[in-house]
Write a protein that binds this ligand. Structure first.
Ligand SMILES: [Zn+2]
Length: 279
């Protein structure tokens, strides 16, 4: 049984001066592949449920997800865990906690500072009483389609980051330093000086969202400068889609073989991506 507390896994990353990689995963093939490769490489890893996948599009529920992740975690010895990604809905967060999620994100990044602190600390108060970790977001990691990664106004302000962590009681903090969700139109350039300054101002582990398409050399630098959790979604989902598309286009019809091919391709990708985690 290797289900670990997310805050413990992030501490391991911090001590190792590197980052854990967290993969948005919506089904068995994706969760199973992350934990299988984590075990193979002996590196801790996380899977994350995007609440939109569950709540909006009906791809499973937090209860089914938690059950699947817990059962899959039992099969490996390396510390792995699961997390609820970007959620603004207090009731949905409580539902996930009740279902067994050891970690949740409350995303108040679109709110005012005061509202973000108030709501995050309210989630943290309840979550901590249940032994659950809370990730918050300050500044705003927007969408690559809108070129939000270039909008300095959305970046996390160094001078408020430490105060926010203290006041909100969050366990980790997602920061905006030049990334965005989705596929980038041009290569992003991380504001590493800002990361360095935020990391110097707070002991709270920092999280980088919008990881698909950020060049590895920038990631490696960011991981040694305070990023302890790195989220990847777009690339991982796109690979799944491409594999199914190719399989069908080639005239194949065996659904079981398709599942095996999906797992094979996802795991080959994960084997490479997880090397970025230096643990
Ligand atoms: Zn995100």
């Amino acid at each position: 049984m290797a289900l670990a507390k997310v805050s413990e896994i992030l501490k391991m990353a911090d001590r190792g001066n590197t980052s854990i990689i967290a993969f948005n995963s919506s089904d068995f093939n994706m969760i199973h592949s992350v934990f299988t490769v984590a075990e193979e490489l002996n590196k801790p890893a996380l899977v994350m449920l995007d609440p939109r996948h569950a709540a909006l599009w009906g791809w499973g529920t937090p209860e089914i997800y938690a059950h699947m992740a817990i059962e899959e975690a039992k099969k490996v010895k390396v510390p792995v865990s699961f997390h609820l990604d970007h959620c603004m809905d207090f009731d949905f967060i409580m539902r996930a906690i009740k279902a067994g999620f050891p970690s949740v994100m409350y995303d108040g990044s679109m709110l005012s500072y005061a509202e973000n602190v108030k709501n995050t600390s309210e989630v943290a108060r309840v979550a901590h009483a249940m032994g659950v970790d809370v990730e918050a977001e300050l500044g705003h990691v927007g969408f690559a389609a809108d070129k939000d990664e270039d909008d300095n106004d959305l970046y996390t302000k160094v001078e408020v980051a430490a105060r926010f962590c203290e006041e909100s009681k969050c366990d980790s903090l997602a920061i905006a330093i030049g990334t965005a969700h989705g596929f980038y139109k041009k290569t992003p350039k991380l504001d590493l000086q800002r990361l360095k300054d935020i990391n110097a101002a707070t002991d709270t582990p920092l999280v980088l969202h919008g990881g698909s398409g950020v060049p590895d050399d920038q990631l490696v630098q960011a991981f040694t400068m305070g990023i302890n959790k790195f989220n990847v979604g777009t690339e991982y989902f796109h690979l799944y889609y491409q594999t199914v598309k190719e399989y069908v286009a080639a005239g194949n019809e065996a659904i079981f073989d398709m599942q095996m091919l999906v797992q094979e391709r996802l795991q080959a990708y994960l084997r490479e991506k997880m090397q970025l985690c230096r643990l």
